[in-house]
Design a protein around this ligand. Sequence first.
Ligand code: AFP
Length: 314
Amino acid sequence: MGEGISDYTKFVVDLRRHMWMAGVEMELRRLIWQIAVTGKYISAKIHESNRKLAGLRNVYGEEQLALDRSADEILKNQLHHSGFVRQYASEEQEAIVEIGQGNGKYYVTADPLDGSSLVDTNLSIGTIIGIHRETFLTEGERSMVAALYITYGPLITMVYSAGKGAHEFVLNREGEYVLSQENIRLNEQGSIYSLGGLRKDWTDGHRQFVEFLEGRGYKLRYSGGFVPDINQVLIKKGGIFTYPALKKNPHGKLRLLFELQPMAFIATQAGGMATDGHRDILSIPVEELDQCSPIYIGSSFEIRKASEFLEQAS
Ligand code: AFP
C-alpha cells in the first residue's frame, strides 16, 4: 500500500470535531470555525496579490498594503453573515464596526494581516483574532472567551484557545484543519529569544535582561512578524518574545487589543505568561482601540526574570 493511501486510513481530528469534543459552546464553535475558514480566503488573496503598495496610510500612519484592507474586508463580511457577532474592531478600522442586527453575542477583534510588510520577502505572516463576550474596552481577563491566530507560511496553521488549552491545526490538502498538536504546553524555561526594538533605544533594565539571556546562550529568532515569532516560541515549547518599552516610546509598538491580548490568552492557556514587564497583559484595561503596550511573552522563567531586571533598574 502506498504512503498516500495509508495517510487516509489514519484517524484525523478536524477542528469542528475537536471543539465539540472539548465542550466548546456551540455558537463559539461555529464562530471559530467560520474565522478559520475565512483564513483560507485570506490566504487565497495573499496568493493572488501583486504586492503593489496601495499608496494609502492606515490609522497609525504606517504604510498599508492593499492586502491588509482586503483581508479586513473579507473578515468583516464573513463575520457580518455569521449571526454571532455584535461588534468588530480591527487594526484597519478607525472605529468599532456594528455587525448584523446588533443581537449577536460576541465582540471580535482582528489584526487581519499582521506582518504585511513581510509579504514581498515571502516570510510568514498571520491573522490574529480575539473573541470577547462583552465590550472590548475593559481588561482582557474580564471579557475574553477565545483567541486564535492563523499563520500563512509554507503551511497554513491555526492555533486556537477557547479557555480549554491551546491547540494547533494544520490545513491539509483537502482543505480541512486537522489537529497537529493538542494541549501545547510551554516548558518553564526555553532557549530562544525574539527581540523587537533597537538596542540603542532599550532601557537599562531591558538591556541587562537581554545580556542575561545572551550570557546563558539563548538563540536569536526574530522575523519581524509577531505571529510567526510567537508561533515559534509556542511550537518549540519555550523561550521569549519581547517588544519592550523604548526610551522614546514607553508604550512600545504592539497593540494591546489587536495583537497582545489574543496572544496573551493563548500563551497563558499553554502554561506561559505575558506581561508588560510588570502587569499581566490580560489585567491591563483597554481605554483606546489603538493603545500600545510593551510585551514580554513566553515561558514563565524568562518573563519573571524580565520583571526582576526591570524592577531592579527602576
Ligand atoms: P507590519 O504589520 O507593519 O509588518 O508590522 C508588524 C508588527 O506589528 C509585528 O508583527 C512585529 O512583531 C513588529 O511589528 C515588528 O516591528 P519592527 O519592524 O520594529 O521590528
